[in-house]
Design a protein around this ligand. Sequence first.
Ligand code: AMP
Length: 209
Amino acid sequence: MRRLWKIPLADHALYSLTELVSNLFNQNEETMIASPPRADEIASAIRNIPDFPKIGIQFKDITPVLADARLFSGSIDLLTDGLKPGIVDAVVGIDARGFIFAAAAAIKLEAGFVPIRKKGKLPYQTHEEEYELEYGTAAVAVHVDALKPGSRVLLLDDLLATGGTAAAAAALVQKLGATILQISFLIELSFLKGREKLKQYPIKSVVQY
Ligand code: AMP
């Protein structure tokens, strides 16, 4: 008798819990799908910090976008717009804020994630590519075995300014024999004409200044 009591009670409790979790999940999913953010909403959340890290730079702070689940998730949807799982083999992210978007996009696209880091940070053998800065040069690096020849790549960074960083990163991807399907940026500072250094690739940006 006691046993008969316990089984239906346990089943009921388990069912209610499953139903509750599933309802919560569906509600969340519906809320997210019902109102994906527009690019201008993401733009409004990007904070401009004048004179950081030095005088004259208008630094675009993306941390408020990352801190908002809907805006973060929506920015990944916009960065990967038109791409589906199975189209891209690897999402390559550029040091350091590019990693955040590239890692999330890789999971969404069921692809691998590959970091392109500033020179001197990667532990294994690397290829390196130098690019011009306002004063002097910098270099980015990738592991020599990070991408298989022929693999299809989405290259991601948070921001396109003069285009030097992205052009150097793209050159590294090509050095490994991979194919760049698209380069996507959350932000493009159009007045700096970075696109001109990336003419041979399809470029997308979510927010333009
Ligand atoms: P560039 O090589 O000139 O296109 O610079 C792009 C890289 O520098 C990106 O990885 C950005 O994260 C960073 N960057 C350049 N300008 C800014 C800016 N105004 N605000 C935030 N990040 C910037």
